[in-house]
Design a protein around this ligand. Structure first.
Ligand code: XMP
Length: 536
């Protein structure tokens, strides 16, 4: 049986991070709404209660019946989780004199407690709470304090319950991973057998069982999620998988050809559909961003459906949905928000069942699975690319000529990012490694390309703008392009990347010299929010 840790989500922004940290310990975990503990599930080896934007005293605060698991399996409360355990057992939680926020040090801790195995004196922790515990329940004892927080951590003397008011999941708690390892491995006895290899083995076996001899359709986008899902399914059911890859004419330069080649090398059964003429015809003269998206979405479904219908006896529609797309995250109003992307309205009469083999994985795990499956690195580390493609990167209406200009400029930029190497250390190196980029640490440094250092890069053609330039003896009156590069972990927020000046100078020069139709290059220095990553 696959062991798992349950993380009960009380609405904290860092709940997903707890999940990722547990997975990094090669232990499977599920994030569930605070009131959805799976009573009776024998595979659960431990429970973590997350933080929350609420105070335990708020009338609408999320509450859980602790008797469902306390005394049965080990429990770790984090921040609000710690305050709730205290509050629910007769301890006291009060408003802190001042909000306890930021770095602190554990000036006292019980080094004999298994939660603190390996901890060094004055270990740095990260606090973020408005309430504080002023008395712990009977039967519990304090196991760590900071200068300002007496009950930084406490534990039951009779049951396997631990609680910390700081956040072990965040980077600034320097021994946070050690604490989580102590809980997950030593206290909950995780076998640490959740790995890309074990995932591939069990998923392939499950897919064989689930699908049998049925036929499956999968829409490929060239992106990492759908590609990994396809290769995994191909390993399980081979030629019974038919993939459809639609070219709407607004992919990157040569992308349709290159990606089709990659897919064929991977042994996938792919139908490539060049529908660019239809898309260009339907988009002619349309410059409103929403209108463009609607037309592309509608045309895409039409083209995809026409191909899917040719696969007469298909029973399943496979998708590259990943875990963050599905997690039911809670917002402060208590409403459960479910975000789920769908390949959009396949006709009901096809009666297809949904198959989502990556639905338990975080993005970096998808990449690890891709490597385990032997997929080429350039396919695995590819930046996200929007469904409507370059159409949302051309301001104004779209023509094949504008797409050609943008493709040429973008190709120079992206190739440049791949070729330019940088050395990273400290937090930056750790962030890049955590995202699944393969690099070896040497003397505290890693070497990666600029492309791998950033989340996403794109070029935007400002085709509604013209400016004057001079080339040789000729006056030019042409369009600018904007270059954009952002760092991010989930695309919800993003910072503009501080690219080296010598790189920008070289790329700008090459674009203006080589791309007919462009005489100016700008760099977008806006972060999200308030801007978005794409321009339209
Ligand atoms: P924004 O522009 O909203 O983008 O900051 C956030 C992330 O989503 C991608 N994106 C899309 N992906 N269809 C997609 O499949 C779309 O219509 C779409 N719009 C934006 C964008 O590239 C970024 O990674």
């Amino acid at each position: 049986m696959q062991q798992k840790i349950i993380i009960l989500d009380f609405g904290s922004q860092t709940t997903q991070l707890i999940g990722r940290r547990v997975r990094e310990l090669d232990t499977f975990c599920e994030i569930l709404p605070y009131n959805k503990f799976p009573v009776g599930d024998e595979s659960v080896i431990g429970v973590i209660l997350s933080g929350s934007p609420f105070s335990v005293h708020d009338p609408e605060a999320f509450k859980v019946d602790l008797s469902q698991f306390v005394g049965r399996i080990p429990v770790l409360g984090i921040c609000y989780g710690a305050q709730f355990i205290s509050f629910a057992n007769g301890g006291k939680v009060e408003k802190a004199d001042s909000r306890e926020y930021g770095r602190a040090n554990l000036c006292e801790f019980d080094c004999s407690n298994p939660l603190f195995k390996g901890f060094v004196p004055n270990s740095q922790v990260w606090m973020s709470h408005g309430d504080t515990i002023t008395a712990i329940p009977e039967g519990y004892r304090c196991i760590a304090s900071t200068a300002n927080v007496k009950y930084a951590a406490y534990a039951s003397m009779v049951q396997p319950v631990w609680a910390v008011q700081f956040h072990p999941e965040v980077f600034h708690t320097t021994q946070g991973t050690q604490l989580l390892r102590n809980f997950v491995v030593d206290i909950c006895h995780s076998r640490q057998d959740w790995s890309a290899a074990s995932f591939v083995d069990t998923t392939v076996a499950e897919l064989k069982e689930q699908i049998g001899e049925d036929r499956v359709i999968l829409g490929l986008s060239g992106g990492v999620d759908s590609s990994v899902a396809a290769v995994l399914l191909n390993r399980a059911i081979g030629k019974n998988l038919t993939c459809i890859f639609v070219d709407h004419g607004m992919l990157r330069k040569n992308e349709f050809r290159d990606v089709m080649h990659d897919y064929e090398c991977l042994g996938l059964n792919v139908i490539g559909v060049d529908a660019s003429e239809k898309f260009f015809a339907d988009l002619a003269g349309v410059s409103d961003p929403e209108q463009k998206r609607k037309i592309i979405g509608r045309d895409f479904i039409e083209v995809f459906n026409a191909e899917a219908k040719k696969i007469k006896d298909a029973k399943w529609l496979a998708q590259g949905t990943i875990y963050p797309d599905r997690i039911e995250s809670l917002n402060i109003t208590g409403k459960v928000i479910k975000s789920h992307h769908n390949v959009g309205g396949l006709p009901k009469e096809m009666h297809l069942s949904l198959c989502e083999p990556l639905k338990w994985l975080f993005k970096d795990e998808v990449r690890r699975v891709g490597r385990q499956l032997g997929m080429p690195e350039h396919l695995i580390t590819r930046h996200p690319f929007p469904g409507p493609g370059l159409a949302v990167r051309i301001l104004g209406d779209i023509t094949p000529e504008k797409v050609r200009i943008l493709q040429d400029a973008d190709d120079i930029y992206i190739r440049g990012l791949r070729e330019y190497k940088v050395k990273l250390s400290g937090e930056e190196a750790r962030r890049v490694l955590a995202a699944g980029v393969p690099a070896n640490m040497k003397d505290g440094e890693i070497e990666v390309s600029l492309y791998d250092q950033i989340w996403q890069a794109c070029t935007i053609l400002l085709s509604t703008v013209r400016s004057v330039g001079v080339m040789g003896d000729e006056r030019t009156y042409e369009h600018p392009v904007a270059l954009r590069a952002v760092t991010s972990t989930d695309a919800m927020t993003a910072d503009w990347a501080h690219l080296p000046y010598d790189f920008m100078a070289k790329v700008s020069n090459e674009i203006i010299n080589k791309v007919r139709g462009v005489n100016r290059v700008c760099y977008d220095i806006s972060s999200k929010p308030p801007s978005t990553i794409e321009w339209e």
